[in-house]
Design a protein around this ligand. Sequence first.
Ligand code: NDP
Length: 493
Amino acid sequence: MQVFDPQTIPVPAGHFIGGRLVTDAGRIPVRRPSDNRVHAELPLADAATVDAAVQDAWRALRTSDWARRAPRERARVLRRWADLIEADVRGLAPLEAVCSTRPVRDAGAGDVPFTAEGLRFFAEYADKLGGDVAATRPDHLGMVVAEPYGVVGAITPWNFPLVMVSWKVGAALAAGNAVVLKPSELTPFSAVRLAELAIEAGVPPGMFNVVQGDGQTTGDALTRHPLVAKMTFTGSTRTGASIMAACAVHGPKPVTLELGGKSAQLVFDDAPDLDRLAGIIAGAITGNAGQVCVAGSRLIVQRGVAEALVERIVARFAALRPGATWDDATTLAPIISAGQASRILDIVERSRQTGAELRCGGGLFDGGPGGAYFQPTLISGVAADNAAVQEEIFGPVLTVQTFGDEEEGLELAGHANYGLAAGVHTADIGRALRAMRGISAGTVWINRYGRSADFVIPTGGYHQSGIGKDLGRQAVEANLRFKSVLIDFSEPR
Ligand code: NDP
């Protein structure tokens, strides 16, 4: 059933600076992934507009009392913001769904409450990280005082637009910083609505500004800006590296980077309940059509259970229903853009040409409302150097590799470049913990896959999957710098 008519969804197509929507001539067409139609035109912030947004944030830091407020007062405002977000679920869910890949049902039941609860988590940290008292000689007092950086620049991707804002902006504001955010130009609108609600909640104007535009112009100007003291980014490894390089030259300034992944699901033959497991594994690669940084894209399965598990996964794939994000029967999301769909096709094709066997899928669904819908795809018979095993696909494509013993399984679970996440499925706790130690990744889930609402568990990668953490205490700490103080109160000699 169609939940909303996409033509009737108004969008705030502008920047948000100084507590108000700033519109300008449209420069960037924003398409709806579901039907590939242009929904609105977005202005593009050039260096001058980015400068205005950053200067405004800098001014707000000095003239508003945000950084000097009692931390619990900042926390109260952030909690109020979270309440307003939850109360606006009927507006936010379609706004999120219309130009993104997030089905409205998932956006309403998942993304909106997840966004609000994430902000509450960060609010609770506002008065928890003050610093340390150092062990100095007794007639001295040494302190390490936590302070905000000032203006933090944030660049977020298109796959979970709302949730990403709460992770990046929530952590930065709770620590007392101002934030200038550039959302992906593919999914730019819900961030503006969040900024409006932040003002309503009592966040001072300028403390959270949004600039719209592409990476090369707007993102780059934000990264280089001399008043931006720290950058936080989620997206591809390649873009993360160029942001880090720019931060080195135009700072140096610290970066938090949450980047690509090629995460393994390691299944031993004693893993209980293959039906349930098939559901977990299929869900981990088809949720948001695989457009998830921690998608479980490589199944590494012990030979004894491989065929039985693969059959069950293929059956799960077949039950998925592609459809527009405004249809509540949709269980398989569209691909964000035609370009991204052809990138997925290209990798699958190269994988086939080098000997892989397609067990199901492999191409786009025919028909539909006009967007690109990729068939859930399972590829077996792949060598470790196969393109589908090596490259982040960011689509519903699962590769299968089999192994004999634990050592071989662990060897296959590692990846030459990425180390974002992994799943381990076994009934043997010793084996699970050996695998946890053996897998070089920022997160290891045991007998489950995917993040939970336990925001206290940080997320972030090893190797080319990133630097630093989102969520957890670590995310708040990453938005703080530490001033060392040494007080000498010895008797004058
Ligand atoms: P990118 O990493 O290229 O882009 C993410 C964000 O960074 C966008 O807002 C982008 O703007 C911006 N950006 C790009 N170049 C720069 C720059 N030089 N300076 C500052 N900002 C910049 O992701 P894509 O959307 O192009 O997707 C490509 C691949 O990235 C996917 O196939 C997937 O593998 C991976 N990806 C990973 C994500 C994750 O969650 N870790 C999320 C999204 C993508 P613009 O769009 O204008 O380039």
